[in-house]
Design a protein around this ligand. Structure first.
Ligand code: PLP
Ligand code: COI
Length: 343
């Protein structure tokens, strides 16, 4: 894999969402019942045993967060403590040893600092995406948790995840499930994404941005998108996002629930979104770290297309939420206490 081109040669405005082998990543090892301190490494290849539980039994979890360049040239993170906490929960679900949460945040900052040239300039829309990843390693073959682990955090500059950014795109439901109610849906583990590859690929081939999964019991209520949570805004100005035991607790979603209520004056709730009740929404979107806010133009279910606000234009409340969220992330709008950490 070729190393990333020098930062000075990058076209910041047209990044997309692609892997890049940047100069530095953080790397820590768990052995004999404890984590070492970890250090920055220039080697982007992981050297692991063929008997690693991550390879056979999916003992792998990850996170996603971003570093933002502000107008004055400084760099900041959005709620990294929440990613540390969620990774802790994901580790517990897979019987992996959590990396200490305060050290997680320090390690994220060290990776951003070491790759600071690759944090896109303010105003380009780009950000530095950070991918913390933990895998079970060492020689194992029985279905048991590993005794050795690797924790790494690598980074890459990114632009929009869904082509079109703030232009609405099309979504579709699927007969497949992403996760079971009492499975691993709440944890950010590799297996959930493996399960979403086939339905996601079918959706892409049919011209859709992504799948919106339905509840795995009755296929009647909306769950989430393959890589983001769903939200809708009703005709009487209520921001609603699904509550389910099998969706990822999105940090962006919790932030939008707060902003919708406290900054936009909307009622904001987590509740049931019935597939037969989409008419009550005047706007809808997908939200997440990679997706930011991506307006949902339409949702096709059983061959029937439901259009929300418009197939070509973002709705005014979705746009307001986007401006508020990204304003905070890039340092232009006052942040609620504790949401921003300077690097
Ligand atoms: N749902 C899924 C399946 C995701 O992969 C993500 C991305 O992290 C999200 C939701 C959004 O979560 P967050 O806002 O914490 O990035
Ligand atoms: C994120 O938004 O950070 C994600 O993890 C979504 C996707 C790229 C897997």
């Amino acid at each position: 894999m070729a190393k990333a081109q020098p930062a000075s040669e990058i076209d910041w405005e047209n990044l997309g969402f692609n892997y890049m082998d940047l100069p530095y990543r953080f790397l820590a090892h768990y052995q004999d019942g404890k984590w070492d301190d970890g250090e920055l490494s220039e080697d982007s290849t992981l050297h692991i045993s063929e008997g690693s539980t991550a390879l056979h039994y999916g003992q792998a979890d990850f996170e996603g967060l971003k570093a933002y360049r502000t107008k004055d040239g400084s760099i900041q993170l959005f709620r990294p403590d929440q990613n540390a906490k969620r990774m802790h929960n994901s580790c517990e679900r897979l019987l992996m040893p959590p990396f200490p949460e305060d050290k997680f945040v320090d390690a994220v900052k060290s990776v951003v600092k070491a790759n600071a040239d690759y944090v896109p300039p303010y105003g380009t829309g780009g950000t530095l995406y950070l991918r913390p990843l933990m895998i079970g390693v060492g020689g194992n073959i029985g279905v048991h948790p590993a005794t050795e682990y690797i924790f790494t955090i690598f980074a890459m500059p990114v632009g929009a995840y869904y082509k079109g950014g703030m232009t609405p795109t099309k979504y579709v439901t699927s007969d497949y499930d992403r996760a079971a109610h009492h499975g691993t849906g709440q944890a950010k583990v590799g297996g959930n994404y493996a399960a979403s590859l086939l339905p996601g690929d079918q959706a892409h081939k049919d011209g859709y941005s992504d799948v919106i999964y339905l509840d795995p019991v009755n296929h009647q209520t909306l769950e989430e998108v393959g890589s983001a949570n769903f939200f809708g805004i009703t005709k009487d100005d209520e921001f609603i996002t699904p509550k389910s035991p099998s969706i990822l607790p999105s940090i962006t979603k919790f932030s939008l629930l707060w902003l919708a209520e406290n900054r936009l004056g909307l009622k904001a709730t987590q509740g049931v979104v019935d597939i037969d009740d989409l008419d009550k929404f005047k706007e809808a979107g997908a939200c997440g770290t990679a997706a930011v806010i991506s307006p949902i133009g339409s949702l096709t279910h059983n061959g029937k297309k439901h259009v929300f606000y418009s197939e070509t234009e973002v709705g005014p409340l979705t746009k307001k939420l986007y401006d508020e969220l990204t304003g905070i992330q890039f340092g232009d709008v006052e942040a609620p206490e504790g949401w921003i950490q300077k690097v």
